[in-house]
Design a protein around this ligand. Structure first.
Ligand SMILES: [Zn+2]
Length: 147
């Protein structure tokens, strides 16, 4: 475990946002919900470069974690496209962003989500990207139904 790594220690309350725990990975709903269902998949051990992963970890990511998350997002919110990103600029602990992209607006629990950058690079930050805890927890609950 690295000192002061938020993904090694796991922030309090994360459990309600967890979609599924695997041997090597955990998928959970991102605090930022500019695109409905935006999620993160983090490796269970502290590694900072994608190429430091083992073949077994990559196999699990490819054969279980990503397909199950994608299936859940498809069933819950019907995205039109997926973006995958592994950046590590502010949190070094290896994680992969799964960003569902939408041609049209979606509504969940009375809140409207519009992908304003459709057909363009996603802009991760900006206005109103964080949602209330109850909405985020409910998004995770919805996705858990399908994984
Ligand atoms: Zn870590």
């Amino acid at each position: 475990m690295e000192e002061e790594c938020i993904f090694c220690e796991e922030p309090e309350g994360l459990e309600k946002d967890v979609i599924k725990r695997y041997d090597d990975w955990t998928s959970f709903v991102n605090l930022k919900q500019k695109r409905l269902g935006r999620s993160i998949i983090k490796l269970e051990r502290h590694v900072e470069d994608l190429l430091e992963t083992t073949e077994e970890e990559i196999n699990q990511l490819h054969n279980q974690v990503l397909p199950e998350l994608k299936k859940a997002l498809d069933k819950a919110f019907q995205p039109d496209l997926y973006n995958y990103a592994s950046l590590g600029n502010s949190v070094r602990h290896l994680h992969i962003h799964v960003i569902p992209r939408y041609k049209d607006e979606r509504e969940f629990m009375g809140k409207k989500f519009r992908d304003k950058d459709w057909n363009s690079h996603y802009k991760p930050y900006g206005e109103n990207v964080e949602v209330e805890d109850e909405i985020r927890n409910a998004i995770a609950e919805e996705l858990r139904k399908y994984v």
